[in-house]
Design a protein around this ligand. Sequence first.
Ligand SMILES: Nc1nc2c(ncn2[C@@H]2O[C@H](COP(=O)(O)OP(=O)(O)OP(=O)(O)O)[C@@H](O)[C@H]2O)c(=O)[nH]1
Ligand SMILES: [Mg+2]
Length: 281
Amino acid sequence: MSPNTNTQNIQQQSQITIADQEAPIVILFGAPASGKTCILVRLLRYLNQETNLQWEPDATFRSVTIDPIYGTVCEKFKSDVNASTTPVATPPDFYLLAKVRDNYGKTLFQILEAPGELYFPTDDLKNNAQNFNPHSFSYPYAHSIINAPNRKIWCFMIEPNWETPSIRAAYVDRIKAMKMHMSPTDKVILICNKCDEMPALILGKGVPNTSLFQQEMQNQHPGLFTPFINQHPITRLFRKYNCSFVAFSSGTFFNDGTYTQSASEYPKTLLQTLLRAVRGY
Ligand SMILES: Nc1nc2c(ncn2[C@@H]2O[C@H](COP(=O)(O)OP(=O)(O)OP(=O)(O)O)[C@@H](O)[C@H]2O)c(=O)[nH]1
Ligand SMILES: [Mg+2]
């Protein structure tokens, strides 16, 4: 399918409904293959296995009458969370919203699962870097979500030794451009995903050296933290950046398409960071 056909399909299916306009929306923002689906699967498995939080796809996010594929998307995603095989690249029309609830049934946050092409079309960029506009989204549903009244928790994926310096610079520009869509109460988490690819910076099972990962990611992505420098005259003395930083690994991935999941400390830290962001810290 050509990218144009994909775009057309997505435009036809762009009518989304965010029924819950209170609970913050977590946006896993990253290039194709940056590991967004694997992170979400690891997090949701952790919820199932080790917490009393519950999750489920939001059945009303896409209208099943104009968008009949949505039921299949939700079922497929639920089976991916329980599978031992590596999730495949998210197809263009496989976007969904998952709700995470506490044991009283209150929705704590909602997470958008969407293909990386929505956020950063790496392949287009490789072919035609000059025409890349970091401000534009070709998918209408992205605008609907960004413009929803809910607070957002922006999780920007970065990964060690990713692509070329010029692609990384374009990605940093893209992140900067997202600032214009952010409200003062939104939160930002930079996730260094696939941290297992830098074993020298891992201190023990599930214990990455977060400050060294942060330093390394700053070196590999010049300007990445600049949009988040804390300008507040008092709080900047003890908090340099208005964002959190997490080093994450979803697991060990094998060539036969299977994987073993990472230590629970990774999703535990991510969940704690998300819940802090939900509370507004
Ligand atoms: N080493 C390592 N590889 C990972 C990790 N997470 C994901 N991967 C690899 O990255 C590939 C892509 O992961 P996905 O989760 O599908 O990436 P995505 O961002 O959802 O990609 P799109 O849906 O295409 O946007 C996987 O097939 C794995 O091979 C990780 O924690 N460590
Ligand atoms: Mg995906």
